[in-house]
Design a protein around this ligand. Sequence first.
Ligand SMILES: *Cc1c(COP(=O)(O)O)cnc(C)c1O
Length: 366
Amino acid sequence: MIKYIDFDSLHNENLRTEALEIFSEIMKNNSFVDGPYNKQFENDFAKLQGAKICRLVANGTDALEISLLVHGIERGDHVAVPGITFYATAEAILNVGAVPVFVDVDPETGLACPESFKKICDRFEIKAFMSVHIYGLPADIPTLNKIAVEKDIPVIEDAAQACGAFINGKPIGASGNLTTFSFYPTKNLGAMGDAGAILCETEEQAHKIDQIRNHGRGSDGKVMGRNSRCDHFQAAVLCLKMKQIEAQNDQRKAAAKRYHEGLSRNEIFKLLPSKYLETSSFHIYPIRFETSELRQKFQDHMKEVGIGTSNFYMKALSQEPALSHFQGEKENAEKFATTVAGLPMHAFLTEEHTNEVIQHALSFKA
Ligand SMILES: *Cc1c(COP(=O)(O)O)cnc(C)c1O
């Protein structure tokens, strides 16, 4: 039996003991929100990701919504978004009253296709682009930014799955775009509850985030904000778990390389272009199939031998009932969503584990 993710190893006895000591200290000091661990994490995480400033917020969806507000996105504005993402990306657009417009994806990776982005900018009056580093694969930010600069629109990077991914040798977050993270427990770097963050470049942006995340405080009543504070316990957990994140991301990468090498022996599996083996954070290890029937047969086969696989995500945004009436380009995204599956992926996959997965996968007959 190989689990899809492994919380028991992640939150092992050592980590639990350390966490309990910190929780006890926080309770003694009655410092429940915005304590010293919040500051420490914001400083350290900005450094890790190569950004100037980091601000913690309550979750990854809030991080996206607040980023849209920082860029002045308003009711009725059109915001471009790739068709392959977790629907929270679209939710954030809807929650600020804006209108999502779908950008089609690269058929091999599910990442936003720059040509499609350009076409969407010509067809609609786009006010911002929400780029997504889906599965931890780095989107082509240099090209996307270039198009966005020509059209004079901001790019926001949804890096909820991409802590540990790199673009041109630099970590995600170093691009200068507002970049958002989720620390939901299943992400590469996870809290023990909800938390999120925004990376930004200027004090002015950070100041806006400070106001919005805490009821407009500090604006003399000029800004109405919301509550999107990150509690001190979660910040403390993040400080603790951050010490291991680079080593853990390396282990994901090593497991992904073993999968890639092993599975390339069977042409049924359509694997990622190998350049991503060095640059993805491997939140998910995706493989594609020719048809959705073949994917289903493969997943049934793996389930029978006790190996967890998962569909991320069964549908493109344009196939979700609540979103299907929105416009844009969606052909590749809809095909991609119905033919991709994820193999077990976490930082504690041993060579034995990956060998077992590979062996069972190779025994699959179409
Ligand atoms: C997890 C995730 C989010 C949302 O994060 P929450 O912390 O659950 O609000 C947004 N976008 C993507 C791509 C995600 O994977």
